[in-house]
Write a protein that binds this ligand. Structure first.
Ligand code: PEP
Length: 250
């Protein structure tokens, strides 16, 4: 039985005050959640969020990580630093990093390996653009993105990782994949992993991301191969985020 997960990707949003308010709101509603809850603040707020988490059971993640451990890498943040401040998870391969910061399959695979080497757990994002979906090559694209990490770190590495299927056309657009569309790709992903290792595939958590919100979370989360969500916009409001974290399982 896979433990569901709901992770909030706050992206480049927040202030000292708003982060405090958001964490107070989430903590107040943790009693009703039915998922492992993860928050991924901007780097500068990680220490204050770690303090706020206390013994609430909320897990901490980062949105990006350097593949190097230390040294002359201006502006970067390393795995040992993230561990030092209490992170457990790191988002790797988000479509915004792929599209805006030149992160290729090769770069995402190197970062994925660095996250694991540091004893952290990657939340590895994959997903097709609208153009790719319209061309009918969704499975080819998602398959290629997964192959990048399978070829570099092997299927066993997924025992310590989470995948997030995030169709690029659904991220921040208000256009959610239908539960059927999402389930179809999630099943494809699980079957692909199962070709290499059935046990790893069965235990692997695959999150859906892309305009998941308080209104559509229950139906998406009830799909057999959807194990929770990676949430952008709706993770910035405690009330909405908590509805997603508490949404019923089918
Ligand atoms: C994301 O950025 O990972 C995401 C899913 O964003 P949103 O929920 O805003 O579409």
């Amino acid at each position: 039985m896979r433990q569901p997960m709901v992770a909030g990707n706050w992206k480049m949003n927040g202030s000292s005050d708003s982060v405090k308010e958001l964490m107070n709101g989430i903590k107040a509603g943790m009693g009703g959640v039915n998922a492992e809850v993860v928050v991924c603040p901007p780097f500068v707020y990680i220490p204050s969020v770690a303090d706020a988490i206390g013994d609430s059971g909320i897990k901490l993640g980062a949105q990006n990580m350097c593949d190097q451990d230390a040294g002359a890498f201006t502006g970067e943040v390393s795995g040992p630093m993230l561990k030092d401040v209490g992170c457990e998870y790191v988002i790797i391969g988000h479509s915004e990093r792929r599209a805006m910061y030149g992160e290729t399959d090769e770069v995402t695979a190197i970062k994925y390996g660095a996250v694991l080497k540091n004893g952290l757990k990657p939340i590895f994002c994959i997903g097709e653009t609208l153009e790719e979906r319209e061309q009918g090559i969704t499975e080819q694209v998602v398959g290629r993105q997964i192959d990048a990490i399978l070829n570099s770190d092997g299927v066993a590495s997924l025992a310590n990782a989470v995948l997030a299927y995030e169709p690029v056309w659904a991220i921040g657009t208000g256009k959610t994949a239908s539960p059927e569309q999402a389930q179809e790709v999630h099943a494809f992903i699980r079957n692909k992993i199962a070709e290499q290792d059935k046990v790893i595939a069965e235990g692997l958590r695959i999150l859906y991301g892309g305009s998941m919100n308080s209104a559509n979370a229950a139906e998406l989360r009830s799909q057999p191969d959807i194990d929770g969500g990676l949430i952008g916009g709706a993770s910035l409001k405690a009330e909405d985020f908590l509805v997603i974290c508490s949404a019923g399982q089918g």
